[in-house]
Design a protein around this ligand. Structure first.
Ligand code: UD1
Length: 370
């Protein structure tokens, strides 16, 4: 009999892709999800989950529901979380409750019902600012930008009056979470690795970079920038670019995320480890806006560079994926061009509910955008 895998948050963007992939690989898959409205609207279970996937609607903070979900399970992917950096800065109680306490509940149940493998979804956000080289070519990890710097529209980071040059960030960088969301992700990974080690549950934390792909929530105003720009274009509106658009990120296809998850599940070199999972490439937000415009044939809508910024946003962070390549044999396979054309194709049939203005006004009314 093949292994049974539980995916918490398995109706979400990343979890549902993994469910499809695991079924293709012959695993039996169960998902636990609360079908939260901000992500799923009134739609309920996503139609693209294979019929064979067992579905439990429940909350990661509910002991009995988690117990039921873990019954007869061999391995767990823990993806259930509230996701949204900006929103986490005012829904502090909610984010801490779902992400930190939810993980605590899962771990307490796992102590009684252990599994062969636990994989927890962490995030590049735990790093805060990425790694940089200083004027002499030495590695330097700067502190977060101050609000004075942001108010003065001084976007780039400096050390001893010299501008720093961003380089790929390895797992060895000391974490410096700059939002409640980031702190909760760091808490999730530490808690899981700690309890995993104490109770001999092989555990791995994957630090995902900026994930994109089909089924990404378009209605969630706190979703990733690629989905946000796409819904703007599909609504005939120009995307809004924060800062000067030269900030850089690593955009990784959701299919490569599934690949990394599968490799982690099947490898014993991953136990007790933390891995960056990205594409290994980096692009500026201006470049991304141009690529989305091209993919959706919306080049006539020039992006609006507002010069505003979100409190807690980092300037540059992109992945050093050498560790995942070496230990997991992870190889990103989807180029940004191919990934974007897949996204564009899926988007053609999507009702794009553009809620960017809601996010902007929510953040600005709370003083969380400058
Ligand atoms: C954050 C988290 C990441 C999480 C992701 C999606 C950090 C450091 N990282 O990434 O873990 O997976 O959110 O929830 O906290 N931007 C615009 N216009 C927009 C929206 C965004 O210019 O309409 C800019 C942002 O200012 C930022 C960049 O695009 O510079 C990327 O933003 P976003 O997609 O929200 O992701 P991150 O903040 O990088």
């Amino acid at each position: 009999m093949s292994d049974r895998i539980l995916i918490t948050g398995g109706a979400g963007f990343v979890g549902s892709h993994l469910a499809v992939r695991l079924v293709q690989e012959g695993y039996r898959v169960r998902v636990l999800d609360n079908l939260t409205e901000q992500v799923h609207g009134q739609a309920g279970w996503p139609g693209y989950l294979p019929d064979s996937v067992e579905r439990i609607q429940g909350d990661i903070r509910n002991f009995n529901q988690v117990k039921e979900a873990l019954h007869g399970v061999d391995a767990v992917f823990h993806f259930a979380a509230a996701v949204g950096v900006g929103q986490s800065m005012y829904q502090i109680d909610h984010y801490t409750d779902v992400n930190n306490r939810g993980t605590a509940v899962l771990l307490e149940v796992l102590i009684k019902q252990p599994v062969k493998k636990l994989v927890v979804a962490s995030s590049m956000s735990v790093y805060g600012e990425g790694c940089y080289l200083d004027g002499e070519g030495n590695m330097y990890s700067p502190a977060e930008r101050s609000s004075e710097m942001l108010r003065a529209r001084q976007w780039e980071l400096h050390h001893e009056q010299q501008e720093l040059h961003p380089v790929p960030t390895p797992e060895s960088k000391t974490p410096s979470p700059s939002s409640v969301y980031a702190l909760s992700k760091y808490d999730q990974e530490r808690l899981s690795l700690m309890i995993g080690a104490a109770y001999n549950i092989p555990t791995t934390a994957l630090r995902f970079f900026n994930i994109y792909g089909p089924y990404q929530s378009l209605s969630n105003p706190y979703t990733g920038v690629l989905a946000i720009f796409s819904s703007r274009f599909l609504n005939g509106k120009a995307p809004v670019i924060f800062e000067d658009g030269r900030q850089r990120r690593d955009f990784v296809s959701v299919h490569d995320i599934s690949q990394a998850c599968l490799l982690t599940l099947e490898s014993n070199k991953a136990d007790g480890e933390v891995f960056n999972i990205g594409s290994g490439e980096n692009y500026s937000i201006n470049e991304i806006a141009a690529k989305v415009a091209e993919a959706l044939a919306c080049e006539n809508l020039s992006p609006l560079v507002t010069g505003e910024c979100r409190v807690g946003d980092i300037r540059h962070c992109f992945a050093d994926i050498e560790k995942a390549k070496t230990l997991l044999d992870y190889r990103p396979r989807v180029s940004l061009e191919d990934g974007m054309s897949e996204l564009a194709q899926w988007l053609q049939d999507q009702p794009a509910d553009d809620r960017v203005e809601i996010m902007r006004s929510e953040l600005s009314s709370r003083g969380l955008s400058l």
